[in-house]
Design a protein around this ligand. Structure first.
Ligand code: GLA
Ligand code: ZN
Length: 679
């Protein structure tokens, strides 16, 4: 995480772009930052053109001044490397830095996040700039982290990428024979006899639009291109990281991720990053559990290590369809929600609103009015003061969840590239219905990868595990045999790592663990489906209805209608000390809450407490104590009966176990136990 000896509190601040302003404004910024209790600024995010006016010249004079200014004002710096937008001269002189789009259109200079990840020019100059920044500012002891580039993402299909793709494939497959096998190129006569015959699978080759979604004729090829693109961009991150580490080996390095961002395999990325940071921009009215799940994913990137909330908006997000205001209390509430799920910083985009281009109407601490007499400023300053008071209280706190949901990028790509069985196949939504059930029951849950150790969990759910990768079935088998409860759903276990079907009956490698054979799958159109009864209530069966046979498992419920009425819809298989459950369809929230609740009870996984609807509960624990966060997302005050005695950190009120705390709308309480002496 951000250097612990330099930071004893939740850092509060964010993206600051003084390079867009006259120096006369800077002094006023410092005054306002103090008023708002800002203690960290992310600098230098988009300054490449200023720092390198031409190929052979570097000019750090202005950045030196900015660095002096913020140091004099006691601010910590999250130092960005400015490489998310290349300078115009570079695009003109070296067109290889420009990306080629999915359509095949070669871009000109413009926008940002616009550099080809396999451009030799981009890689050379990006790493050079990062190195020069580190060399120059290595002795500034207020730099708490390196922020490489900014929100890496997108994709490129240029000739350099195509060439690099062939190299990547050679490394992966060794021979064309193996590649032809893995991609099943005997289909439609695609056999490759020369590596040079392989092209990038964009709209000019294998991919096409169908019902608004990108589809592919060859899942194996497209899937490898996704992996390759993610790896190519990661290589750019690693080059810069290496360059800064050469001069500042002790300053941790990160880049700001974007939660459930499909193009990049963040699990792979996180292994290269010192700590995870991410940008949280929920749309107006976003379900709190959707935001919570993204935080949990980010926390899971590094096995529960706290992350940095690198950006959120103080108020409006200009790129949303409707720039709805964050209601009074909302910015504070989302900030504490991030902390509740593992954030050790509360940071924003941006400190001062720019006056030109596309982000001039984005929320900021300092509005165009230019002073502190705004609602947003007052709310930010109040939160800043609160975080100052909180000090180091929750820093480093872990979550200790006993339930986990498995999320896997390869699986996400593969499941949604699949031609059939239904256009309603939606991996995120399938994860969400399981997550929501835990969330609403106040059962902490980790969102983990297929690489993670399962042994600490009592319950692991891997919904829609379409691609069951090499070795994962063995891990699940051991987990269940040793007493764990495993849950998966329809459209699981079909393919191996190359998207080739595992023959012998679905769900392939998971078949013996689940004790079932799925013979066929029905895909009812939207709004249609079957039904089943669970826990005495009828629930809908939607999206997919598997027609399955029991091979050792027991049916917990059966379909109620159609020609497969009476066939199992939910099953359980006993495997030595544990159990493996299968949900053959998509159902409603009531079902998942009941079903997962039953499994949790049996596995001894208890909710944190019984909170009223709309109140979120989350726990973090560190050496100082346990911190129970209670967040009222509703519009009405709510009463929560406290499970433990402790001190509420925001009000300093002490409570006994069983006492009630009243949470006003959008209000938060942090109940701290086991650290009375310190308060
Ligand atoms: C992203 C970027 C920022 C800014 C904000 C606006 O998170 O990282 O540079 O564009 O969006 O919401
Ligand atoms: Zn490219």
């Amino acid at each position: 995480m951000i250097q612990s000896d330099k930071v004893k509190k939740i850092l509060f601040g964010g993206d600051y772009n003084p390079e867009q302003w006259d120096e006369s404004v800077w002094k006023e910024d410092m005054r306002l930052f103090k008023l708002a209790h800002v203690d960290v600024v992310t600098l230098n995010v988009f300054s490449w053109a200023a720092l390198q006016p031409d190929e052979n010249t570097y000019d750090f004079a202005r950045l030196d001044k900015i660095m002096d200014l913020v140091a004099e004002n006691g601010l910590k710096v999250c130092m960005a490397t400015s490489t998310a937008a290349h300078p115009a001269w570079m695009a003109r002189k070296y067109p290889d830095v420009l990306r080629t789009e999915h359509t095949g259109m070669r871009r000109k200079f413009g926008s940002r996040h616009n550099s080809c990840p396999n451009s030799p020019t981009y890689r050379k100059y990006a790493a050079a700039l990062a190195g020069k920044l580190a060399e120059r500012y290595r002795d500034r002891d207020n730099i708490v982290a390196w922020h490489i580039s900014n929100e890496y993402g997108g994709e490129c299909y240029c000739e350099n990428c195509e060439k690099a793709f062939r190299v990547w494939l050679k490394e992966k497959y060794g021979t064309l024979e193996e590649l032809n096998r893995a991609w099943d190129t005997a289909f439609w006569g695609h056999t490759f006899y020369d590596w040079e015959e392989i092209v990038a699978p964009n709209l000019q080759s294998e991919e096409f639009y169908w019902e608004g979604m990108v589809r592919t004729n060859f899942q194996g090829i497209s899937l490898d291109y996704r992996r390759f693109n993610s790896d190519s961009i990661l290589a750019c991150y690693c080059l810069e990281q290496e360059a800064v580490k050469k001069y500042t080996p002790d300053i941790p390095v990160t880049t700001n991720l974007m939660g459930f961002y499909k193009p990049l395999d963040y699990h792979k990325w996180a292994r290269s990053m010192d700590f995870v940071s991410w940008d949280n921009y929920p749309k107006y009215g976003a379900a709190p559990e959707a935001v919570a799940m993204a935080h949990d994913l980010m926390r899971g990137m590094k096995q529960g290590m706290p992350f940095a909330l690198m950006e959120q908006t103080p108020s409006v997000t200009n790129w949303h369809e409707y720039c709805a205001l964050k209601r009074p209390g909302e910015m504070r509430m989302w900030s504490y929600q991030a902390m509740a799920h593992g954030a050790d910083t509360v940071m924003f985009f941006q400190m001062r609103r720019s006056i030109g281009a596309c982000e001039k109407y984005h929320g900021a601490l300092i509005d165009h009015a230019g002073h502190e007499n705004t609602r947003v400023f007052r709310e930010m300053a109040a939160l800043g003061a609160e975080l100052e008071k909180l000090g180091g209280a929750v820093l480093g706190g872990r979550t200790g969840a006993k339930a986990a949901i498995v999320m896997d990028w390869d699986n996400w790509w593969a499941a949604e590239y699949s031609a059939g069985p239904s256009k309603l196949i939606d991996y995120m939504e399938e994860l969400m219905v399981y997550y929501r059930a835990f969330y609403r029951s106040n059962i902490p849950v980790d969102v983990i990868s297929v690489e993670d150790d399962l042994s600490g969990y009592g319950l692991v759910a891997a919904p829609m595990l379409y691609m069951c990768k090499d070795g994962f079935d063995g891990k699940v088998r051991r987990f269940v045999e040793e007493g764990g409860s495993f849950v998966t759903s329809y459209f699981s276990g079909y393919v191996e790592d190359h998207d080739l079907v595992v023959t012998g009956g679905y769900p392939g490698r998971l078949r013996d663990i689940l004790g079932i054979w799925v013979e066929e799958s029905d895909a009812p159109p939207e709004g249609k489906g079957n039904c089943f009864v669970y826990g005495g209530k009828e629930h809908p069966a939607r999206v997919i209805c598997d027609l399955l046979h029991l091979e050792g498992a027991e049916a917990l419920s059966a379909y109620g209608e159609d020609f497969y009425a009476g066939m199992p819809a939910v099953t359980v298989n006993k495997c030595k000390k544990g159990k493996a459950y299968y949900v053959a369809t998509r159902s409603d929230d009531a079902f998942y809450t009941e079903f997962l609740g039953d499994i949790c009870r049996e596995a001894g996984i208890r909710p944190l407490l019984d909170a009223p609807e709309g109140v979120e509960a989350a726990l973090r624990e560190n050496a100082d104590g346990a911190f129970l966060f209670l967040i009222n997302h509703g519009e009405e005050p709510k009463e929560v009966v406290l499970p433990w005695a402790g001190a509420e950190l925001l009000t300093d009120v002490r409570y006994q176990a069983g006492e009630k705390v009243v949470l006003q709308k959008k209000d938060v309480a942090i109940l701290c136990t086991q650290r009375e002496k310190k308060l």
